[in-house]
Structure formats: structure tokens, C-alpha cells
Design a protein around this ligand. Structure first.
Ligand SMILES: [Zn+2]
Length: 500
């Protein structure tokens, strides 16, 4: 038995997860007793994750089913089994099917060995995904509203503040933590008034044994404080949109910073003044200008895309001595990181080799992909359109019933309303699928673009200037990581810029 609260159950009112689950448990217990089903194990999902990775009980269920010892899984309805990507739904279906496991719901039992049931299950999974998208949109709207009211939306309060629940209304705000607030003020003054750099400030704070949030003060933690408008009493919104990425074959969420975010007046007290903020901004501008002037011509072909494989910091290109020792090296900029320095030439050659290898494999893969095969979107579209035709036919039929007097006006109105509702849903699904179809064909085009560009770089590499190399590398890869361990093992990873 698999129990899981769906977002649709409560429509966001305050009914607790436990309450919903125990109600479902009662219904299913009675159902199993009536049907004389022997329930071996009950799995209750308390978290309401979308992705498989966020649903530990579902993973356990799949593990159990894979033993082949279970005749079926009992659940409230088929949608409980999967929300999230259709890839994951497909994966779940496949495991159930290969292990002869039925899906048993109070409404219907689905036998996946039976072809028509399988098609029906596919459809239901697809719709559940469609509904989820609409619900997510509503959730985002709710959160936008809270941010514009100045409430704190994050999960962790910034240094200097503690979160608290607002009295008499939904949401959280921030309360000043006096000891930490003093440190924040000090950091702004050190940078803005005393002209200290990020590293120097981190070093000074550690020297004074001022505890940081996590571990020691670092360049990053200082930068984060000096650029956070929360200290001015503002709320930042949409700075870190959640992006979904496929990780180990499953969907996972990741955050990618966005410079183009929104600011609202917060309900919380500021820690610093506008003047302190402006002084820091002015000092930052001055420092950036200084560093641009010394580096007139770009020498690093991997500027901005080469990071340390251990700590993720940008790798810096350095020349020890311009006259006596002009060989350039890459160096990790994190103090304390154990990544050894690496000759630029070695990195460059490794990345070129890796890219060549990737290109060869990828070209073969693309050729294989272009062989005709079953297109899931086209299949789904066909199914949706088939259903639409059916419903339209039914609609014609009930008109006829009305004319012949088989249906009363009342019966007709009711039946017609439910048909119209179903038709509307199917039409939205059809529109959604058509959009997916055009996205996927665009993706195919972009994918093919990357091949000639990569070929061009690799073939003309010796004659390109560092700046030109940098421009082209950025086109074909998101980033590359290098790491040289203490025992001189070199690891290079490339991240080709494939369309999402
Ligand atoms: Zn590092």
C-alpha cells in the first residue's frame, strides 16, 4: 500500500499531511478487507516531493516491486504514483510492468500487461503532470505576493538576522541579532571606509576569532554580505530561480544566480545606512576598474569558464616572472584548497583532447538519434486527439438524445457541462503538447549547431588568439574543471553547452 498526500487534496488549506494520510489509510484498509487483499507493507510518503529523489518511500516501493514478489500496489488513485517528469513516470511504469505488478485503486485495477490499460495509464500520468504545472503556477503567484509585502521568503536568514513568524498573518520576517549586526556594520566600514579588500577582511575577522555562520570567514562570505540588499531593509526576489536539471537520470533542483532580480521594501529593520551601502558600491567600482586596466589584453583562453575541480573557484592564470620564467600556470584562488598549480599548456591540451573525444562520440550519437523511432510526444498527441474525437462524438449523440426526447433538458445540461469540461482539459493538454513539440524541434537544431563550432575551434586552434579562443570556448562549453591532486593526478572535466 502506497500513501501519499497530493497537493490537490487540500488545495493549500491547513489540513495536515498526517490527517490526510490517515483518512486515506482508513479508506484503503476497508477496501483491501472487502477485496480480501493481503497487504504486506504500508509505505507512507510524508514529504510531498515531485521528483523521485525527493520521495524515499517511492524508491523503497520500486525496490520491493523489483523483487518480483508483489502482485500489486494499492493506492488512492493512479496519480499518487507519479507527479513530476514523464521520464520518471515511465521509469515507474516500466518497473511495475516488468515485475507483473498491478496498480490497484478503489476505482479500478490496472493490469499493465493488458495493452489498453497500459495506454490509459500513460495518459493519466501525463495529465497529472499537466495539472501539476498549473498548480505550481498558482504557488509561484502566492509567493510573489508575499515578497512584495516585504516578507522574508528564504529558508535561511542572512548573517545578522534571525527569522520569526509574523503574528496574526501568514509568513516570516527578520529580527536583528545585535552581536552579528555589529559585525555586519564593521564589515561595511572596513571595505567602504578603510579600503580593505575581501580577503583582508576575512583574515581580520578570523584573527579576531569572530565566529562565522559556517566554518571560517572567507572571501565569498564577505562578498555575500557586502552585496546583500537585505541589510538595507530590502527583500530580494527571484534572485535564485530554481532550475531543474537531470542528475543521475532523475530530476533534481539546482539554483542558478540571476543578476536581474527584484527588490521590495522589507518588513524588517535595516542594519546599515544608505551611505554605508553607497560607499561600498563606490569602492567596488574603483577596485574593478583598477583590475581591468592591468589586464589590457586577454591572455587566458579559458577566462570565466575554468574552475577548480575541488572547490569550484575560478582558476587564475599567472606568470611567475615575465623575464626569467614566462611559463603561464593556472592556480586555484581559494586559500587552503589543496589543488596544485598546473601548467596552462597541459590544461589546454587536456581540454582539447577531451573536447575532440566528446565530439567524436557525440557525432555518432546524433547520427543514431536521427534514425526514425517512436516519438513520445507524437504518440501522446495522437492519444489526446483520439479522445477529443470520441468526446465530440458523444456531444453530438446527446444532442440527438435531446431531440428525440430520450434526455430531458436538465439531463442534457448536466451531461453537456461535464463533456465540455473534459473537452477543455484535453484541448489544454493538446496545446501543451504542441508547445513541447516545437520546443523539442528547436532543441534539435541547436544541438546540431554545436558540432561545426567545436570542429572549427579544434581545427584552427594554433592560429586563434587567446581572446578568440575564449569567445569560441564559451560558445561550446558551459565550463571546464581541472584538479591536480597532491600526488599529481590530473582530472579534467568538460561541460559541453548542450541546449536544455
Ligand atoms: Zn580549489
Amino acid at each position: 500500500m502506497y500513501l501519499r498526500k497530493s497537493r490537490l487534496d487540500t488545495d493549500y488549506d491547513e489540513v495536515s499531511v498526517e490527517e490526510t494520510l490517515s483518512r486515506h489509510r482508513q479508506i484503503l484498509d476497508r477496501f483491501c478487507k472487502d477485496k480480501k487483499l493481503n497487504v504486506v507493507e504500508v509505505l507512507e510518503e510524508v514529504v510531498s516531493g515531485e521528483s523521485l529523489a525527493a520521495r524515499p518511500k517511492m524508491l523503497r516501493l520500486l525496490e520491493l516491486v523489483s523483487t518480483g514478489m508483489y502482485a500489486g500496489v494499492v493506492c488512492m488513485d493512479i496519480e499518487r504514483l507519479s507527479r513530476g517528469s514523464s521520464m520518471e513516470a515511465g521509469y515507474i511504469m516500466q518497473i511495475l510492468q516488468t515485475n507483473y505488478c498491478k496498480i490497484i485503486t478503489p476505482g479500478k485495477t490496472y493490469d499493465l500487461q493488458n495493452e489498453s490499460d497500459e495506454q490509459f495509464t500513460d495518459m493519466k500520468f501525463m495529465f497529472s503532470r499537466y495539472e501539476l504545472k498549473t498548480i505550481n503556477k498558482r504557488l509561484v503567484r502566492g509567493r510573489n505576493q508575499s515578497a512584495s509585502e516585504g516578507k522574508f521568503m528564504g529558508s535561511m536568514a542572512p548573517y545578522g538576522y534571525r527569522p520569526y513568524k509574523l503574528a496574526g498573518q501568514k509568513g516570516n520576517s527578520l529580527r536583528i541579532e545585535p552581536e552579528e549586526a555589529k559585525v555586519v556594520q564593521m564589515i561595511f566600514d572596513m571595505y567602504g571606509k578603510q579600503g580593505m579588500g575581501y580577503n583582508a577582511i576575512a583574515y581580520a575577522l578570523n584573527d579576531m576569532h569572530i565566529p562565522a555562520r559556517k566554518g571560517e570567514w572567507s572571501q565569498t562570505s564577505i562578498v555575500n554580505i557586502l552585496t546583500n540588499e537585505v541589510y538595507l531593509g530590502k527583500i530580494r526576489w527571484r534572485r535564485e530561480p530554481v532550475k531543474k536539471v537531470v542528475k543521475d537520470g532523475f530530476l533534481a533542483k539546482t539554483r542558478i544566480l540571476n543578476d536581474d532580480y527584484e527588490l521590495y521594501d522589507g518588513l524588517h529593520e535595516p542594519i546599515i545606512t544608505e551611505e554605508q551601502w553607497e560607499m561600498v558600491k563606490a569602492a567596488q567600482k574603483k577596485r574593478n576598474h583598477a583590475s581591468v586596466n592591468t589586464d589590457r589584453q586577454l591572455q587566458n583562453p579559458f577566462a570565466g569558464i575554468l574552475v577548480c575541480g575541488k572547490c569550484g573557484a575560478i582558476m587564475k592564470r599567472t606568470v611567475p616572472d615575465k623575464r626569467r620564467n614566462p611559463t603561464p600556470w593556472f592556480r586555484c584562488t581559494t586559500r587552503g584548497c589543496d589543488c596544485k598549480i598546473i601548467k596552462c599548456e597541459v590544461v589546454e591540451n587536456s581540454i582539447r583532447d577531451a573536447m575532440q573525444e566528446w565530439l567524436d562520440e557525440y557525432t555518432i550519437q546524433i547520427e543514431a538519434d536521427q534514425q526514425p523511432k517512436v516519438d513520445p510526444i507524437a504518440t501522446a498527441l495522437e492519444a489526446v486527439r483520439g479522445q477529443l474525437t470520441q468526446l465530440q462524438l458523444q456531444q453530438e449523440n446527446i444532442c440527438e438524445y435531446l431531440e428525440k426526447g430520450v434526455y430531458t433538458i436538465d439531463m442534457f445540461t448536466k451531461r453537456n457541462a461535464s463533456l465540455v469540461k473534459e473537452i477543455n482539459q484535453l484541448q489544454s493538454a493538446e496545446a501543451d503538447l504542441l508547445r513541447q513539440q516545437s520546443e523539442s524541434s528547436q532543441k534539435k537544431q541547436e544541438t546540431v549547431q554545436i558540432i561545426p563550432t567545436t570542429q572549427h575551434i579544434l581545427e584552427s586552434y594554433p592560429i586563434l588568439s587567446p581572446a578568440e579562443k575564449n569567445r569560441l570556448w564559451k560558445l561550446v562549453m558551459k565550463k571546464a574543471t581541472v584538479y591536480r591532486s597532491q600526488d599529481d593526478k590530473l582530472t579534467v572535466n568538460i561541460y559541453p553547452n548542450l541546449p536544455k
